[in-house]
Design a protein around this ligand. Structure first.
Ligand SMILES: C[S@@+](CC[C@H](N)C(=O)[O-])C[C@H]1O[C@@H](n2cnc3c(N)ncnc32)[C@H](O)[C@@H]1O
Length: 187
């Protein structure tokens, strides 16, 4: 499917955007934490340096994570996103790209899972399964970093036209997010 003009503009505008503070903090927490990154003898991968970028868009977080030494598995449901990232990171064997959704992606074990500005576009009836898959893939001591969309956000307004970008909008209260993160330490 051809992406809308708005999606193309969004990818153009964000491909080299500044890294968000929450992701910088998440990387620092991984560095400071005791993630069990013991090498898997078969794959010879140090999993404390494996990250997943969920809904990777134009790839700016992939670039940041690679600069911090992570092997990055990234997925997005938009073919346009994956095509752009293939062009951008095609020569880098430590960037593994898939066109997939939150529920079809095959999550590897990872110390860091990023879902910035994407999890709230996961269809609500898929959220439970997506969350099960994400939490199962996170190593003990690992970090999940995400943004959520509260009821006061303009995108939550009934007058907002979300059709041009990603039409699904999961609006969550702080209470709901805290319930979802039950068992996690929140930073
Ligand atoms: C607002 S963009 C954010 C892109 C990137 N994370 C960033 O922060 O620059 C949301 C991205 O999530 C992707 N996306 C939305 N719903 C998705 C889903 N259910 N499964 C996978 N990707 C999804 C979109 O295609 C889009 O690339």
């Amino acid at each position: 499917m051809t992406p809308s003009k708005e999606i193309l503009e969004y990818y153009d505008a964000t491909s080299n955007r500044e890294t968000r503070d929450d992701l910088r903090l998440a990387v620092k927490l991984v560095d400071d934490s005791g993630v069990d990154g013991s090498r898997d003898d078969e794959s010879r991968v140090d999993k404390s340096r494996v990250a997943i970028d969920c809904g990777c868009g134009a790839g700016s977080d992939i670039a940041f994570l690679r600069s911090k030494g992570f092997i990055v598995h990234a997925f997005d449901m938009e073919q346009e996103s994956i095509a752009r990232c293939q062009k951008r990171f095609g020569d880098d064997k430590d960037v593994l790209l898939s066109q997939a959704t939150f529920t079809t992606f095959e999550y590897p074990r990872a110390s860091l899972i990023v879902a910035d500005a994407s999890l709230y576009s996961c269809p609500e009836d898929e959220l439970h399964l997506a969350w099960l898959r994400i939490t199962a893939s996170l190593l003990p001591g690992g970090i999940f970093v995400s943004s959520f969309l509260g009821p006061e956000d303009t995108m939550a307004s009934p007058n907002n036209n979300n059709e041009a970008l990603w039409s699904e909008v999961w609006v969550s209260t702080q209470k709901q997010v805290r319930e979802m993160l039950n068992g996690f330490e929140i930073h």
